[in-house]
Write a protein that binds this ligand. Structure first.
Ligand code: BGP
Length: 466
């Protein structure tokens, strides 16, 4: 204890930083050679689906302003940074020709980050499929798996001298849920069989990228980033418990088990078979998954998954959805971020850590996203900058749980926020701001928030007092 309370000291070498993604930060510039991706296309045909009818063309102008933005990484205490490469920028048609301007851009970004002594973790896929591949069936087709493998290899060849830590996919379950079981990502289908095929193909692609990375650069480390939300049942009743178990199988273990353990859980496979959802799976592909597990894991954590036994009554012929197996549970009295509508439950991070320790060989992992999206932050502006004490408190509360887990043996090596500069957020456009740095949309000016200065102090002290 100090006069200010407890000092939460993190282990030596613990990394502090943030994540962003190409489609949410780069923007499109005339003549940049970028091809259309699924988001550019969808915004073109249905702009009304996007908050304020604002699409992904401007975002936070990182493509234009990366040189000054990278300086801000240093000023906000980053020792690690996770950007993503946009497949549609590097290979505009998804396969074939490489865009030389993209190579130049990404090489320059990586060189500048390296020059500042900031560790790079580069993600290959953040919900952004080149539209040319989407048109041919997207992830429902195995063609996309082979195209992704070639794209990943190209990235390892082109940038492997500058980057040695990689991510195959960010939150691969999200496009499955939102694009094939719901209507929040293109192609907005409700088709359980397609959803299972998309999930399987994505996993196969990820395992092939792990294989390619290890073949080309045996000394590089590669991971997958998963949103590992624990499923908490509404009650101890066997029905609610079963619902939670199935929710976790679908939403967590569907990628966690094959990526880390090399195999799908038997109960998940049994459910898929029972409902006739098995895609075309070969023994050779299963061997690729078995033999190419990740070196470490990225974990994104925002909110827990609370579930109860299914509440919806289905009629013969109704489409099969997750509602057949579980219903989400709106727990009374929960703490909530009202802007995003997400529950805040810091303890979830501790539970994730203990689960990885117990059931996943205590694999090395990092928190790759955690953060608080807030609307109307200008209201908190005083003396020319945003005084976001609520964000500092949110981060501290999560770090305290993470610290407790590390004390108990969790193998977590870093904490990364979403995100460093306010950026464009899929369907919510600029509604909720997450950054350590404010982005003024009318002038494109960047102003460090109070949390940005605080985060630098935390990084320098490798801990904080509270
Ligand atoms: C994660 C995504 C990020 C980011 C974040 C915040 O799931 O990996 O891309 O967007 O969520 O969510 P949102 O932008 O929807 O508020």
């Amino acid at each position: 204890m100090t006069e200010q309370g407890t000092f939460y000291q993190f282990p030596e070498g613990f990394l502090w930083g943030s994540s962003t993604s190409g489609p949410q930060s780069e923007g499109i510039e005339p003549g940049d050679g970028k091809g259309l991706n699924n988001w550019d296309y969808w915004f073109g045909i249905e702009p009304e689906r996007f908050h304020g009818q604002i699409g992904p063309d401007v975002t936070s102008t990182f493509y234009k302003n990366y040189q000054t933005d990278i300086e801000l990484l240093k000023e906000t205490g980053h020792t690690i940074f996770r950007p993503s490469i946009q497949w549609s920028r590097l290979i505009p048609d998804g396969v074939g020709q490489v865009n030389p301007r993209a190579v130049e851009f990404y090489r320059d970004v990586f060189q500048q980050v390296n020059a500042l002594g900031i560790k790079l973790l580069v993600n290959l896929y953040h919900f952004d499929l080149p539209y040319a591949l989407q048109e041919k069936g997207g992830w429902e087709s195995k063609e996309t798996v082979w195209a992704y493998e070639a794209y990943a290899r190209k990235c390892f060849e082109l940038f492997g001298d500058l980057v040695d830590h990689w991510v195959t996919f960010n939150e691969p379950i999200v496009p499955v849920e939102c694009g094939y079981l719901g209507s929040y990502h293109y192609p907005c289908k409700v088709d359980a069989k397609a959803a299972v095929a998309v999930a399987y193909h994505t996993q196969l692609a990820s395992s092939l990228a792990v294989k390619a990375c290890h073949e080309l650069h045996p000394d590089h480390q590669i991971s997958i980033v998963l949103n590992l939300t624990p499923a908490y049942p509404r009650s101890d009743s066997p029905e609610d418990q079963k619902a939670a178990r199935i929710a976790e199988l679908f939403q967590t273990k569907s990628f966690l088990d094959p990526s880390v353990l090399g195999a799908y859980p038997e109960e998940l496979v049994a459910i898929i078979d029972e409902y006739g959802l098995r895609p075309d799976v070969t023994e050779e592909e299963l061997a690729i998954i078995r033999e190419n597990t990740v070196d470490f894991l990225g974990v994104n954590y925002y909110q827990p998954l609370r579930v109860q036994a299914p509440k919806v009554i289905f009629e013969e012929g109704d489409l099969l959805t997750t509602e057949h197996f579980f219903t989400s549970y709106d727990m009374p009295g929960k703490k909530i971020n009202p802007h995003r509508g997400w529950e805040i439950y810091e303890r979830g991070l501790y539970d994730i850590a203990m689960n990885l320790k117990k059931d996943y060989g205590n694999i090395v992992w990092l928190v790759t996203e955690n953060g608080m999206g807030v609307e109307g932050e200008e209201a908190f502006k005083e003396d020319g900058y945003i005084q976001d004490d609520y964000r500092i408190e949110f981060i501290q509360d999560h770090l305290i749980e993470l610290h407790r887990a590390i004390q108990e043996g969790a193998n977590c090596k870093g904490y990364m926020l979403w995100t460093f500069i306010d950026c464009w957020s899929w369907l919510n456009a600029y509604k909720n701001r997450y950054g350590l740095v404010e982005l003024d949309l009318s002038t494109q000016k960047r102003i460090i928030k109070k949390s940005g200065y605080w985060f630098k102090e935390v990084s320098q002290a490798n801990g904080f007092s509270r």
